[in-house]
Design a protein around this ligand. Structure first.
Ligand code: PRT
Ligand code: ZN
Length: 216
């Protein structure tokens, strides 16, 4: 039997939008992982892989700390958290964009229209970078959820949140005005991966790339 140090440790989302596609990708790579309800940890039966099921927000920190060697997580989370990890491969699922939206009736012209506005978001780091790079001065209100209702209840003039179909914005009387990041799930890795783990990662990456090719 394998010592735990001989297995590659991967962090994936426990439940949510990335969970099923993450499990499916491992399966299509020929890796069998049982997914028991409320399990926090699982072991592949036919590949030296240990799977940790976590909140997506926590995955970059676990990988930076090398508690997990690698992880599947959205680019939006990776770049917001600013942890010291390497982005290795785009995975082709979890596609969305991080966008600024304003009230539909607002006369939004260009990015300068955001000057002096209050922007509600769960992505303060990425919004700040976007505003700074466009020389905009605006107030950022960090809130952790239900960002789309902020303009309707007078908490903010604009929001910045993830968009996929656009129907959430539409239902809340908002319109997309700027896209600040295109995002999808990526594989991240620790910066301190031991050579034996790197070899296992290379093996996994080769399979992921084959799956991606077969899907196209
Ligand atoms: O519990 P945990 O913290 O792990 O999960 P979570 O609730 O933070 O995240 P979850 O499961 O909602 O999303 C996980 C990841 O999926 C995100 O970090 C993105 O990388 C990716 N993703 C892809 C999305 C979307 N598409 C998406 N549409 N994440 C969120 N949304 C939300 C968005 O916030 C908005 O509320 O869906 C709504 C907009 O969708 P449309 O289709 O109406 O535009
Ligand atoms: Zn989350």
């Amino acid at each position: 039997s394998l010592e735990t140090g001989d297995r590659l440790k991967i962090a994936i989302q426990k439940s949510g939008r990335l969970h099923d596609d993450s499990m499916r990708l491992l399966k299509e790579c020929g890796i069998d992982v049982s997914n028991g309800v409320n399990k926090l940890k699982s072991e592949a039966s036919n590949f030296p892989l240990e799977v940790y099921f976590l909140r997506d927000d926590d995955i970059p920190q676990y990988v930076e700390d090398a508690v997990a060697d690698i992880g599947f997580v959205g680019e939006n989370v990776v770049y917001e958290k600013e942890k010291a990890v390497d982005v290795v491969e785009k995975l082709g699922f979890g596609k969305c964009r991080l966008s600024i939206a304003v009230r539909r009736e607002e006369a939004y012209d260009k990015v300068a229209s955001l000057n002096g506005k209050r922007i509600a978001t769960s992505y303060p780091v990425l919004v700040k970078k976007f505003l700074d790079s466009n020389n905009i001065t605006a107030e950022i209100h960090e809130i952790s959820g239900s960002v789309e209702i902020a303009p309707g209840i007078g908490l903010a003039d604009a929001i910045c949140d993830l968009v996929s179909s656009g129907s959430t914005l539409f239902m809340n009387g908002l319109k997309e005005s700027e896209t600040i990041l295109q995002s999808q799930a990526v594989l991240i890795k620790s910066k301190t991966l031991a050579p034996a783990k790197q070899l296992l990662l290379n093996k996994l990456l080769f399979r992921i790339q084959s799956v991606k090719k077969a899907r196209n």
